[in-house]
Design a protein around this ligand. Structure first.
Ligand SMILES: NC(=O)c1ccc[n+]([C@@H]2O[C@H](COP(=O)([O-])OP(=O)(O)OC[C@H]3O[C@@H](n4cnc5c(N)ncnc54)[C@H](O)[C@@H]3O)[C@@H](O)[C@H]2O)c1
Length: 315
């Protein structure tokens, strides 16, 4: 397989490379501008891994990279989101970038393209868990631009599956309540929980699904990828306290969701389960425990590579 991963230095991309790089016959190319990903997360001297620094919004570069590498499979993981007010950069990466990646994939005859989509495409959903066919009603720069990018992919003359992802939890996760509670509680600092509910899925369940999604004969279209289980941020806090063996004198404060937040994002993956004969297996408790065991070993940092590269600076 010749696998091109846009945004391959990010959290999901680096985990995919960990899982796929050593497979026989595998050649991987990463195109990443390191906006939120890290070169040091990737093996540095692997013969079958090429890392190109650049943006998916650079049409000439995208064309050159695709024409040179001629991928058989593409995972479109690159996404801009780090400044919620920067609609222009989000549009450049998430919309224009998707157009260039889609056109180049068509031209070189990619057999299968897997697009990663945010559940923020559903905006403030009317039904929970969110059904597979719920309407897209995004309202943030990230959600709006990712939704346009997904539409580009679906309209292309390509074999495409677009995955609406829950909160994937595993190595390198460094943002959100799971690492925040771990870090603050260990430092003896206070915490609070927003009154929100999410769907946490273990990385191993995501990887098992991705394997099926990359198959060119697998179903096309849009699919929810989650556990369907609603867990509050308070539930995450309780797991953190239990894991660290801390006794709380008072209950943790729970504050209302922020104005730009969505109270509940939980995905109904029943159609996905049927279509792919797959189901998330790891329980919420085990998912959080595995994450905390990982932090015990490697610390809370986005940067981690199985292949140590001391000469590569943290970006
Ligand atoms: N991790 C999750 O739980 C989750 C949930 C929902 C959706 N997603 C989607 O999955 C994808 C990967 O998410 P992640 O958690 O790994 O995030 P991430 O930020 O770690 O990875 C995104 C990568 O894209 C790169 N990038 C940004 N702009 C780029 C550009 N213009 N050109 C090339 N590369 C660029 C970043 O540097 C980064 O390495 C994203 O598309 C995201 O919307 C992830």
């Amino acid at each position: 397989m010749k696998l091109l991963i846009t945004g391959g230095a990010g959290c999901l991309g680096a985990n995919i490379i960990d899982a796929y790089l050593e497979r026989p016959g595998m050649e991987i190319l990463v195109l990443d501008n390191f906006a939120t990903g890290y070169r040091a997360s990737l093996p540095q001297n692997a013969e079958n891994l090429e890392i190109i620094e650049g943006s998916v919004s650079d049409e000439a570069l995208v064309n050159r990279v695709f024409d040179g590498f001629k991928p058989t499979h593409v995972i479109h993981s690159a996404a801009a989101y780090k400044d919620p007010d920067d609609w222009v950069e989000d549009a450049r990466t998430n919309v224009l970038g998707s157009i260039y990646v889609a056109r180049a994939s068509e031209r070189v005859g990619v057999k299968r393209l897997v697009n990663f989509q945010t559940s923020l495409t559903f905006g403030r959903p009317e039904t929970t868990p969110i059904p597979n066919d719920a309407p897209s009603k995004p309202f943030t720069s990230y959600g709006v631009s990712k939704t346009a990018g997904e539409q580009v992919m679906l309209a292309a003359n390509l074999n495409v599956v677009s995955l609406r992802l829950s909160n994937i939890t595993g190595p390198r996760l460094s943002i959100g309540p799971i690492p925040t509670f771990y870090t603050r509680l260990k430092a003896g600092k206070g915490c609070f929980c927003s009154d929100t509910y999410r769907d946490f899925m273990d990385m191993s369940d995501f990887m098992a699904f991705l394997e099926l999604a990359l198959d060119a004969d697998a179903p096309q279209g849009v699919f929810n990828v989650g556990t369907g289980e609603s867990k509050s941020i308070n539930d995450v806090f309780d797991q953190a306290v239990a894991y660290l063996g801390i006794t709380m004198d008072e209950p943790v404060p729970v504050v209302p969701a922020g104005a730009d937040d969505v109270q509940t994002v939980v995905l109904d993956a029943s159609e996905t389960e049927k279509a792919f004969n797959w189901k998330a297996k790891v329980s919420f408790e085990d998912t959080i425990r595995k994450m905390y065991q990982w932090y015990d070993e490697f610390g809370v940092t986005a940067i981690f590579s199985h292949v140590k590269a001391p000469d590569v600076e943290k970006k």
